[in-house]
Ligand binder design. Sequence first.
Ligand code: GLU
Length: 281
Amino acid sequence: MNLRDGLKDKKRIVIKIGSSSLTHPETGSLDLIKLEILVREISDLRNQGKEVVLVSSGAIMVGRRALGFLNKPQKLSEKQACASVGQARLMMIYQKLFMEYNQIAGQILMTKNTMLNDLNRMNARNTFQELLAMGVIPIVNENDTIATFEIEFGDNDTLSAVVAALIDADLLILLSDIDGLFTDDPHTNPGAEFIDVVESIDAHLLSMGKESTGTNVGTGGMATKLTAAEVATGAGADMVIANGEDFHVIHKIMQGRKHGTLFLSNKKDEFYLIDFLDKLK
Ligand code: GLU
């Protein structure tokens, strides 16, 4: 049996988009054509009766552009200000585009505290459940306007895996500026080989993670993606890392076609989300 056939039947899907997949590299402004494709792809999944959560980065990037920062803001307060402006703009555009397809989007902003505090975590879970039951597409980001070092996830790869675990998603799709997992960094080693399917994550595989993405926008490198894979698969979800250059890849992945690296779920009885989060403290 083709290991990817199972992807067709996934019902609750978390899709994570990095800043570099949403913006024009030359200017940092939003790539509206790409966003339209993303929204159409997600709306079509909804039309198939699937539940979809979108974890979208881009708040800081969009705010940076609006406020005239040429480079990544260095000061925490600047980063927070950029996120405040950018998150609102980003949501305005998502709302507008999803409305065109008769879909309702909601916003959930989280920090690590949302997950570590028992009451907050239960509330967040209930809100997700309620939104999904209502047919809403929750759009999630880190609450960068108030997140400081102590309470931030730091990257949306980890956040999306934590969300997948929290809501018992059966699939997490990470779309980034890389095609998937290679045996080494393909930018520096032309002999690096592409890995199609990962059946279990071991120490050797984790050592293949590289720290940087090669862009100056997102925060997650391959190492954070492998951590995300550990969390998502341990919690019982499959995960696909694929290139977000063309968002049409979403329906191709869902059809079980060969795109990106597939990490098969490996639900661990001893997997406790809270233990993982404790390690991040
Ligand atoms: N939360 C950040 C933002 O929306 C991005 C984090 C990331 O790129 O992983 O700008």
